[in-house]
Design a protein around this ligand. Structure first.
Ligand SMILES: Cc1cc2nc3c(=O)[nH]c(=O)nc-3n(C[C@H](O)[C@H](O)[C@H](O)COP(=O)(O)OP(=O)(O)OC[C@H]3O[C@@H](n4cnc5c(N)ncnc54)[C@H](O)[C@@H]3O)c2cc1C
Ligand SMILES: NC(=O)C1=CN([C@@H]2O[C@H](COP(=O)(O)OP(=O)(O)OC[C@H]3O[C@@H](n4cnc5c(N)ncnc54)[C@H](OP(=O)(O)O)[C@@H]3O)[C@@H](O)[C@H]2O)C=CC1
Ligand SMILES: O=C(O)C(=O)Cc1c[nH]c2ccccc12
Length: 410
């Protein structure tokens, strides 16, 4: 059992690093528990080679340390990772790796959090278990903790398809797919960008687009669309900004998107959709051109099941494929390990109280960082608030403890 004098932070992605760094600047020690063997494992292990930040860098930096001045407006994943390594070093964040939190529960009698971890190593079949105990628990496991594999693509849902079926989190580049027909499922940023990458590597992608999607230009006349939106949001209501974004998309991307198979949702606009449903608008970095040229085929139907040589669609059609890449999204894993806090976290693993309040959850010392569907900017906002709140309690607590212990010793 390990007593933690300070908060226990679960997850060493940007959110865990940011909150631990902010705590450090407040003079509060913390223990960061990470299931993987490195920081920012989503970025390091589960993303493709060509990935760049798709918001301008000023919206993606963590509290207390700007990106190096020579970074481009949209840093590459390698640049982002080198920034994160420097960030962790600068703020003395040294996570405990290979510790997957399997349960965390508040012990009401003791007024403390009890956190259990498991370590499985490839060299030994035995699983090591540990218990950490502390007054505060910070959930920083992210909105993208687990990949989504829809049932029609699971081995039990498919019959006779012999090609590889993988999730986009395993995709590095299109090189192994050269000359192959690849079914890409999903048209979020991952599906669009992987389809583009497959084209660039001489593969032939067909992209399953079963619903509607907001596509925006990443930049408009050299200005980042996101910067423009952030500026407009200072003066105008969200609905109006969304209307302007859709108008700009029509002007700069063309009015033929529905004809290409990319229908825009009729209800919520792009930012409203991001905030309410977590569905990020696609920021186009070149896939649209490839769709227009016919290099990426858009298939407007869901898949019923995978069969020999391809996929049977729900409308009865057949699409040939040698391989399938699932760009079907991610989900939070908080309900799997956070016990007894169902009144605070939804079944989907998000705080029940929405932005901007969801960073502090109840009175038991439970906090969350990175669940506001606002990307890295949201992470930073949460981290600053959480660290300041915990620091106040930590320093008050220490003052009281010191006073009582010194008076006891008198
Ligand atoms: C491909 C991709 C690109 C993105 N690009 C951008 C972008 O350009 N700009 C932007 O603002 N946002 C972007 N995002 C949003 C993304 O959510 C953030 O970039 C960021 O990674 C969120 O940080 P996080 O720490 O909350 O989550 P993560 O980066 O997912 O980190 C969570 C950490 O918790 C660990 N963990 C999970 N469960 C456990 C457990 N039970 N026990 C211990 N550890 C655990 C994980 O291994 C991981 O290291 C992108 C997301 C994806 C998937
Ligand atoms: N920085 C960058 O450049 C990048 C950022 N990202 C970010 O990562 C996060 C995750 O993105 P992404 O991986 O694209 O996931 P998303 O959740 O954004 O998209 C999932 C896609 O899969 C589709 N889908 C889900 N289930 C099925 C199914 N059973 N059959 C057919 N289609 C299905 C969805 O369509 P439907 O609407 O029909 O459910 C949707 O199009 C986002 O926030 C995104 O912005 C991702 C890549 C690059
Ligand atoms: O790329 C992502 O996943 C992000 O979460 C970044 C992001 C936060 N808010 C947005 C609004 C529009 C497009 C991207 C984002």
């Amino acid at each position: 059992m390990t007593w933690v004098n300070g908060p226990i932070v679960v997850g060493a992605g940007p959110a865990g690093l940011a909150v631990a760094a902010c705590l450090d600047t407040h003079g509060v020690p913390s223990v960061v528990l990470e299931r993987d063997d490195c920081i920012a494992s989503l970025w390091q292990r589960r993303t493709y080679d060509r990935l760049r930040l798709h918001l301008p860098k000023q919206f993606c930096e963590l509290p207390g340390m700007p990106f190096p001045a020579d970074f481009p407006e949209y840093p590459s994943k390698h640049q982002f990772l080198s920034y994160l390594h420097s960030y962790a070093a600068r703020f003395h964040v040294a996570p405990r790796f290979n510790r997957a939190v399997v349960s965390a529960q508040f012990d009401h009698a003791a007024g403390l959090w009890r956190v259990h971890t498991e370590t499985s190593s490839s060299s030994s079949p035995a699983t090591a278990e540990e218990e950490y105990i502390g007054r505060w628990l910070v959930v920083a496991t992210g909105e993208n903790a687990e990949r989504i594999i829809p049932p029609e693509y699971s081995s039990s849902g498919s019959s006779g398809f012999s090609g590889p079926v993988s999730h986009v989190s395993e995709y590095k580049s299109g090189a192994p797919y050269a000359g192959k027909k690849v079914l890409v499922v999903g048209c979020g940023n991952s599906g669009m960008e992987v389809s583009l990458d497959l084209c660039d590597h001489g593969a032939r992608p067909a992209m399953i687009v079963r619903g509607a999607v907001h596509v925006l230009p990443r930049d408009v006349l050299g200005v980042a669309t996101f910067s423009l939106a952030s500026l407009l949001l200072r003066f105008l209501p969200l609905r109006l900004v969304d209307g302007l974004l859709v108008f700009l998309a029509g002007v700069f991307l063309g009015a033929d998107l529905p004809r290409l198979g990319l229908r825009r949702p009729t209800g919520a606009g792009p930012l409203e959709m991001k905030n309410s449903k977590g569905r990020t608008p696609v920021l186009d970095v070149g896939a649209l051109d490839k769709i227009r040229k016919g290099d990426i085929e858009v298939v407007n139907a869901g898949v019923k099941r995978l069969v020999a040589g391809g996929a049977e669609l729900v409308d009865g059609r057949f699409v040939a494929a040698d391989a399938v890449v699932l760009a079907t999204g991610y989900h939070s894993n908080v309900p799997q390990w956070l016990k007894g806090s169902e009144c605070l976290f939804s079944g989907e693993g998000y705080p029940k109280v929405g932005f901007p309040e969801g960073w502090k959850l109840g009175e038991s010392g439970l906090y969350s960082v990175g669940f506001t569907r606002r990307g890295l900017a949201g992470v930073s906002l949460d981290a600053v608030r959480v660290a300041a709140d915990i620091a106040t309690a930590y320093h008050n607590n220490n003052t009281n403890t010191n006073t009582s212990s010194s008076s006891a010793s008198v």
